[in-house]
Ligand binder design. Sequence first.
Ligand code: NAP
Length: 312
Amino acid sequence: MYDVIIIGGAAAALTAAIYSSRRAMKTLIIAKSIGGQAAMTDVIENYPGFLSVGGIPLMNKMLKQATKSGAEINFEEVNSIDEISKKNEKSIFNVKTTAGSKYKTKTVILAYGKTPRTLDVPGEGKFGAKGVSYCVTCDGPLFNGKNVAVVGGGNSALEGAEYLSKICPKVYLVHRRDAFRGFEYLVKEVKSRKNIEILYNSAVKEIKGGNSVQSIVVEDFAKGGTKEILVSGVFVEIGSVTKTEFIKQLVKLDQIGQVITNNYAETFYPDSEKIRPGIFAAGDLTQTPFKQIVVSAGEGCIVADWVSKKKK
Ligand code: NAP
């Protein structure tokens, strides 16, 4: 029996694990992988205490600190949480994973962030890990010397295109509108790169290939018509969504599937104003408008501290 099971492996989850294990609560982290969105960022220059740090090294430091504090970690994917008993507002939950494991806990902290949004076009699924990627930082170096496409118009797509333009002969940046939503300095940088071709008002309609990606079919909304462009890689950088399947019966969500919490990281029963004892949430999967690593870490601290106070 665990005091706390934390679902997730990035800043909110790992900080919650550091605090909860240091408060002598038996803590298990269940994560598919370590780092979340932060691990997809090459260089972080706004995390206090570090002038510049890579996303993966920063997350690995947090993991080391969590396990050194006593937290256990299992690399699995949670697919159900069941409340199996409730006495005097104290619940026991059964947490199950896709690998068939079952864990009992008094408290669940949901902190698994968001997952990359998909294009949902023919070929995207077929060429997953065969040329289609959702992370330039992770997979970009594999496309050294090859022509690639980046889809999206936010900071991830702009940063991705800028990085890839240094190692790829040609980068096509496909954006559905005629204006970007990223930082102005990044937009300027991308526009200045001679080997980046920006396809405005355009959408990828299909990803084609043999054993791996060979081309994309792009529709131009402004001019009309489609064209096929030869590329070996497609980086889908179009934001992220919250995975809600296994939590929507348990806690209250907003219209876009984010978990609604109060200032103590407590959740609510679905369609109710009543606090849901035993289930807490922190980080990017909540309604917080500030999707920053430092904010997630702060929320991880709040949730674990509050859980330990409630336990007394
Ligand atoms: P984002 O800001 O949500 O941008 C997503 C982009 O993808 C938008 O341009 C959007 O188009 C487009 N898009 C969404 N759905 C699409 C679809 N189905 N088909 C085609 N295009 C689609 O996501 P993000 O760039 O991943 O950034 C997420 C957050 O992380 C942001 O807050 C961002 O500032 C932050 N971030 C920060 C840094 C940094 O500080 N260096 C780096 C990366 C990300 P529209 O513009 O038309 O909506």
